[in-house]
Write a new protein. Structure first.
Length: 209
């Protein structure tokens, strides 16, 4: 019997993950069955279970892949010191992540924001996924703190604001932007970038005489 190449195995695994991600984004984790996944990817049960033991393993693989891409994108962008300004940095990271998942769409509508919402909801009940999300969040927050401190050292940002507070706020801005897209429709990353530029441009309040 001819050996199946690693390339073929990787492509089949990718096919299963992409199909499952589309279903999860459209219908949610709990409303999607493994039978739905089999139908979506047009494969037999044996072919799918060769890679994933069940729905929970599929969910875990997708969550880890999504979070891993965000982590890698941020690490790449922040290699220089100081990093690009916050609006540019956020655009590069979020833009790259959205491009990687651009094939996850239905009739041109990107499903990635809806998938992220499902991931956040799932981690509330799944302790294993919650631990993965917490690890990634902690790492991103620490990296943002380093970036903010570099801005402050370079005179690009006020030094009297705790770096951790800025880090949490930047992460929250991205999370909120993704939630808006999932709930109210797609908007280009430039919307978030322009909003950040507007906020950054505000002068610090002057003390009363």
């Amino acid at each position: 019997m001819a050996r199946v190449s690693q390339e073929h195995l990787d492509a089949r695994r990718r096919q299963i993950l992409d199909g499952a991600a589309r279903l999860f984004a459209r219908n949610g984790f709990h409303a999607t069955s493994m039978q739905d996944v089999l139908k979506e990817v047009d494969l037999s049960a044996g072919a799918v279970y060769r890679y994933f033991s069940g729905k929970d393993e599929l969910i875990a693989a997708i969550v880890k892949e999504v979070l891993g891409e965000i982590r890698a994108a941020f690490a790449d962008v922040t290699r220089q010191s100081p990093p690009p300004p916050p609006d540019i940095l956020v655009g590069l990271v979020l833009g790259r992540t959205l491009r990687v998942w651009s094939s996850l769409n239905v009739e041109g509508e990107p499903l990635f924001p809806r998938l992220i919402m499902q991931v956040w909801a799932e981690t509330v009940r799944n302790e294993e996924l919650a631990a993965v999300l917490t690890d990634v969040y902690t790492e991103l927050r620490e990296n943002w703190v380093v970036a903010v401190e570099a801005y402050q050292d370079a005179g690009m940002m006020r030094a009297d604001i705790p770096a951790d507070h800025v880090a949490r706020t930047m992460i929250a801005a991205v999370q909120g932007f993704i939630a808006q897209q999932a709930l109210f429709g797609v908007a280009p990353v430039e919307v978030l970038q322009n909003g950040l530029r507007g906020l950054i441009s505000m002068p610090a309040p002057q003390p009363e005489a």
